[in-house]
Design a protein around this ligand. Structure first.
Ligand code: PRX
Length: 651
């Protein structure tokens, strides 16, 4: 973000308090802040008490082995019972848990009783395949109800799921299976995307062929497309469909692992973020109830995230189900079969709460007001945003065109590592400023620090840190405790370093400014520059590569790569296209560089470090910064010449 833009933000004086009517009916009132401040741990005890425990906990927080936290120690519970069984037992079996809408327009309505039967069948099926407590299960599925069922079935039997986004490549899937030593993979023949079946099974076949830990592959039939069949493969409908619809659940320790979710860090190797049971579910449910103001009897809630991301875990599956929400789940993209698809769905299902990403909002803005204006969106009463900073223009558009100037907007800051929302307005309390995530939610403590670990105070900028442990915090990086301590807890002793830059305005509201490390944020998805660089240099024609995230009006950041080709490489005119496809092959289409510049040299310091700052200047068409520390200051001229002949090669 430019300084000028930042200055504008910090002088944002528009503020939107909740309406009197909204405030009067809100789940969360200002008292929640006081309650949490008076006694933070008692506050979290109370939140945990909203779950159903088989054995109550004895210690709220054990931080004696920091930064390895234990929350609600001694307690035992079953996550799937909390998300499903208890609502059925309480007489809500006929309430709809999910309305499902496939991209081609096929629909399902799944009640809590249906969900219980399906999760029980799936749990029985997993057990029949020898999956036991603590085993890892990789899930590689489209957005279909089986994805939630598979996650809950793992939770029910104490298996640890590792969901891998369906847009990731075979290689990305393989490396995640290998790191977690997954015993089972749950996938589908394919999913529907932009009017066509998109195959998933071939990527699984490729990954599994190179993964000795995998004993079976459970395959959902979604598209009906032809699939190759191996001796490890089992059809979901045959195995799961033939199981008993009841399953006796067992209670697990509050600190029993629930899932691993891989996310990009600053090195080429994705980190397996580990979450456990009691604390995670406590905070997922608490935030979902209070930030989204969920009313289980009347709301129709729609979080548009894919289950492959943490938002899909906490706010499509665990938080909403723990709170007995009725949710909409949609398989497809916003532009298929037409650009009004989402608004058509809001109208059809009477969606009351919508939670989505700024990149989607900006896309809709570009498509024009006429599209949403031609649907009835008056059912909406609250809007949410997540994944990247939302620019004030998009915020205002979201508020007026989608929300009809009547819906509070909650801009929610959090991360895969935090497990649940950390910074957000409370919709019935906070007067929101367009573009600010405002303040930490009750129970969460943060600070903005400068390089010397001093609090910057209002009006200052620095690094966002979390100063107290929280229930849904990550418990580590799978198989790499040292990296956990090093990445998050070493920069500022005893404090969690989030990796985000932020500013406090004169009222103490927080403005998130993006990552301060080598992690890019493309359409709300985290991709590390090193990961893309490794993918590029794995191509035989590439000698060296440097990748930067450049500002992008639509996607937040766009990936721009600078590559040096091998002198002996035989390359055609289509080398840029070849390399972009190669990255898609190695990581997935989301990591395809927006632009690849073939350059003769890269700017390096005398010690050989690539000066990304200068490359970012080039990528953002800015006047170049100081080049005096370069080993060879003329390099930037050569790169500049390369730029003028480069094509933008967008697809
Ligand atoms: O940079 C922040 C940005 O997304 C990062 C976390 O990415 P991920 O783990 O993939 O989780 C995304 C969904 C929770 C953060 O370090 N980010 C997330 N939400 C916001 C945000 N940046 C600004 N405003 C937000 N509301």
């Amino acid at each position: 973000m430019s300084n000028e833009a930042l200055e504008n933000l910090l002088h944002e004086d528009r503020a939107f308090p909740p309406s009197v009517e909204f405030a009067a009916q809100a789940n969360a009132t200002a008292a929640l802040y006081d309650e949490a401040k008076d006694d933070r741990l008692a506050f979290w005890d109370k939140q945990a008490g909203n779950l159903t425990w088989d054995t109550p906990w004895t210690t709220t927080l054990d931080w004696s082995n920091a930064p390895f936290a234990r929350w609600f120690d001694g307690g035992k519970l079953n996550v799937s019972v909390n998300c499903v069984d208890r609502h059925v037992s309480a007489g809500h079996g006929d309430q709809i848990a999910y309305y499902f809408e496939g991209e081609p327009g096929d629909t399902q309505t799944i009640t809590y009783s249906d969900l219980l039967a399906q999760v029980s069948q799936a749990a029985n099926a997993l057990e029949s395949l020898g999956v036991k407590e603590g085993d890892r299960v990789a899930i590689y599925l489209p957005m279909i109800p089986e994805a939630a069922v598979a996650m809950l079935a793992c939770a029910r039997i104490g298996a640890v799921h590792s969901v891998v986004f369906g847009g990731f490549s075979a290689e990305a899937l393989r490396s995640r299976i290998e790191d977690a030593e997954a015993k089972l993979v749950i996938t589908a023949d394919g999913g529907n995307r932009k009017g066509k079946p998109m195959a998933l099974k071939p990527a699984v076949d490729e990954a599994v062929a190179a993964s000795p830990s995998v004993e079976n592959v459970l395959v959902v039939r979604r598209t009906g497309q032809d699939v190759e069949w191996t001796t490890k493969d089992v059809w979901w409908h045959e195995l799961v469909g033939s199981q008993p619809t009841t399953h006796e659940p067992k209670a697990f320790d509050a600190e029993h692992p629930l899932f691993i979710l891989y996310t990009s860090g600053t090195t080429g190797k994705p980190k397996g973020i580990l979450h456990t049971t009691g604390g995670y579910l406590t905070q997922a449910a608490y935030t979902h109830r209070n930030v989204f103001d969920l009313k289980p009897d009347t709301d129709v809630y729609w979080c548009t995230a894919d289950i492959g991301w943490v938002t899909g875990h906490s706010y499509v599956v665990y938080g909403p189900l723990a709170n007995r929400a009725t949710s909409l789940m949609y398989e497809g993209t916003p532009d298929s079969p037409h650009n009004g698809r989402w608004w058509e769905l809001v109208q059809k299902y009477g969606v009351t709460i919508l939670y989505t990403a700024p990149t989607a909002i900006r896309t809709f803005m570009k498509w024009g007001d006429d599209i949403p204006n031609s649907y009835d969106l008056t059912s909406l009463r609250l809007l949410g945003s997540v994944g990247e900073p939302i620019n004030p223009e998009a915020w205002m558009w979201y508020r007026s065109v989608i929300g009809g100037d009547r819906c509070p907007i909650v801009d929610t800051w959090w991360q895969t590592e935090t497990g649940a929302i950390m910074i957000s307005p409370l919709p019935g309390v906070t007067a929101t400023k367009p573009g600010s995530a405002m303040i930490p939610i009750p129970g969460i403590s943060m600070a903005v620090l400068d390089d010397e670990e001093r609090e910057v105070g209002n009006g200052g900028g620095g690094y966002l840190v979390l100063t107290e442990p929280w229930p849904s915090m990550l418990r580590g990086i799978w198989g790499d405790n040292d990296r956990y301590v090093e990445t998050y807890w070493s920069r500022f002793a005893g404090k969690y370093f989030a990796g985000d830059g932020s500013k406090l305005d004169e009222d103490g509201a927080i403005w998130l400014l993006g990552r301060v490390d080598d992690v890019m944020n493309v359409s709300g998805h985290r991709i590390s520059t090193t990961e893309v660089e490794s993918a590029l240099v794995s191509h035989p024609a590439v000698a060296e590569a440097a990748v930067v995230g450049a500002n992008d009006e639509m996607t937040g950041q766009g990936i721009v790569a600078f590559v040096i080709l091998r002198s002996d490489a035989e390359v055609g005119d289509d080398i840029v296209m070849v390399l972009r496809n190669h990255v898609a092959q190695e990581i997935g289409p989301i990591a395809k560089p927006r632009q690849i510049l073939v350059v003769p040299e890269l700017p390096k310091t005398r010690s050989g470090k690539i000066m990304r700052r200068l490359l970012r200047d080039v990528a953002e068409n800015r006047v170049m910064g100081d080049v005096t520390t370069l080993a060879d200051p003329t390099v930037m001229n050569l790169i500049g010449q390369g730029l003028s002949s480069a094509n933008a090669n967008e697809d």
